[in-house]
Design a protein around this ligand. Structure first.
Ligand code: GLN
Length: 494
């Protein structure tokens, strides 16, 4: 058996179910690992050791009583700090929510608890999920466990780094424009953004409500499928939740891909892409060809406008969603000297509580929605969004899934893009189209370039999340057979 910390979640759960490991022991080993390395990695904003051990004890009791345990019971998990946790601090990486302890669990948090998973604590993130490097966290940047001088991606960088550094076997992230898939790619993990509406957003503090989705970050495709199944399903508390049965995903892992039609998106390559990233991507596509998938090139001409459309739609929604942080109800209240008017207190609170990137987005969004400009900016962006959705529809007439690199480059050095928002935004060039169209998409590791992980992105039609797991499972098996599973077999920089 591999060392406990390196076991896939499925194997940990199997050992707990058999009684070879106790959930308490598994949890202690992970808490010790956090104590040992998180000073350097900074994946966590808050570790809830007492809560985790209590949850672990109750799993062990259930087992002793002979109660059935689910396929992930007894496995620790890191929770992105944008998801509310009852009684446990939830900051969204922002000073403005410093000290807030939500009175309720997000639906996905409630579901992971019900599945017997053990929340270890809250993972660091870019403030309100705005960013691609976790450097926009108001508290501290997270480092990439493969190379501590580099970014772990963002905005779910803490979630990704926790899994890559073996601090947690699993994590929950959220993805508005790539925030699960891009950190998964640069940390060598599997990360999936479900079909929009497939997973409840209740308790996911809203950034851009029409784009946000929570999903898994894991070391294996099967682990991702099981965690995805555990959090999916209809929720009457989220009006955009789709009322369909929970998809069967884990059953897809292990199927073959013979005869499946795989479309390589022509527009997601070329200028701006690191040559080694494209090489690893092409090699993985060739492997799918060897497995008798039919490979075709597909054109999605409007993907070129996805980034500008996203940077109008997401900030517009954010400017509205973030209006609620006014110092009156949650977290920080600044400048309330007993003399200042309510309006002054709101303004001082927002000036002191929000970081630079959040302010930039609020200003862009407010401008794009303002009277006289609305049609020219927000309205145009929505039209582009429709054209992108139509590109997907046309492509899926020809192919079963679409593929591309997940990110144009491997992890860049910390600090490199902090003063250049445009360069930062380009990290999500390949991931944003799926959010705009609401289709599912995932990233899996497809090898290394100069010692750093490269991500392979798979996109599927809405509600066909199972298809991407089928392709990912087959590709992972083939890559493992040829070169091993880097994250399980090699040691990152710790
Ligand atoms: N990096 C993108 C942004 O800054 C996407 C973030 C996300 O998916 N939450 O908006």
């Amino acid at each position: 058996m591999r060392e406990l910390l390196r076991l896939p979640a499925t194997e940990i759960a199997a050992a707990v179910a058999k009684g070879d490991l106790s959930a308490v022991e598994v949890t202690r080993v992970h808490l010790d690992r956090i104590a040992g390395v998180d000073g350097e990695v900074a994946a966590f904003l808050h570790v809830d050791a007492a809560g985790a051990l209590a949850a672990a004890r109750s799993i062990d009791e259930q087992r002793t009583k002979g109660e059935p345990l689910g396929p992930l019971a007894g496995v620790p998990i890191a929770i992105k700090d944008v998801l509310t946790t009852r009684g446990v601090p939830t900051t969204c990486g922002s000073r403005i929510l410093d000290g807030w302890r939500p009175p309720y669990d997000a639906t996905v948090v409630r579901k992971v608890r019900a599945a017997g998973l053990i929340p270890l604590g809250k993972a660091n993130m870019d403030e309100f999920a705005m960013g691609s490097s976790t450097e926009n966290s108001a508290f501290r940047p997270t480092r990439n466990p493969w190379d501590l001088t580099r970014i772990p991606g963002g905005s779910s960088g803490g979630s990704a780094a926790a899994v890559a550094a073996f601090e947690a076997p699993l994590a929950l992230g959220t993805d508005t424009g790539g925030s699960i898939r891009q950190p998964a790619a640069v940390c060598g993990l599997v990360g999936a953004k479900p079909t929009y509406g497939g997973v409840s957003r209740y308790g996911l503090v809203a950034f851009s409500s029409s784009l946000d989705q929570a999903g898994p970050l894991t070391r294996t495709v099967l682990d991702a499928a099981l965690l995805h199944e555990a959090i999916a399903g209809h929720d009457p508390l989220d009006s955009t939740s789709i009322d369909t049965p929970v998809p069967s995903l884990a059953a897809e892992v292990g199927r073959d891909v013979a005869g499946m039609r795989v479309g390589v998106v022509r527009e997601l390559s070329g200028e701006g892409y690191q040559p080694e990233v494209e090489e690893r991507f092409r090699e993985a596509v060739a492997l799918l060809g060897d497995l008798d998938a039919e490979i075709v090139e597909v054109s999605c001409p409007h993907f070129a406008y996805a980034l500008p459309a996203y940077y109008l739609i997401a900030p517009s929604e954010a400017s509205s969603n973030l209006a609620r942080f006014d110092g009156m109800r949650y977290g920080l209240r600044a400048g309330d000297d007993g003399v200042a008017s309510a309006e002054e207190v709101m303004s001082r609170t927002r000036a002191a509580g929000f970081g630079a990137e959040v302010k930039r987005r609020i200003m862009i969004g407010t401008y794009a929605l303002s009277s006289g400009y609305y049609e020219a900016y927000y309205g145009q962006a929505q039209k582009v969004r429709t054209l992108i959705a139509r590109d997907f529809d046309a492509a899926y007439q020809q192919v079963d899934v679409l593929v591309s690199p997940t990110t144009p480059t491997t992890a860049f050095p910390l600090g490199e893009r902090v003063d250049d928002p445009m360069a930062m935004y380009l990290a999500d060039l390949c991931t944003i189209p799926a959010n705009l169209a609401g289709v599912p998409s995932m990233s899996l590791p497809c090898g290394l370039a100069d010692g750093l992980p490269v991500g392979f992105q798979i996109m599927a039609p809405a509600l066909a999340d199972d298809r991407m797991y089928r392709v990912a499972g087959a590709l992972e098996a083939e890559l493992d057979a040829r070169r091993g599973h880097p994250l399980l077999d090699e040691v990152p920089a710790l």
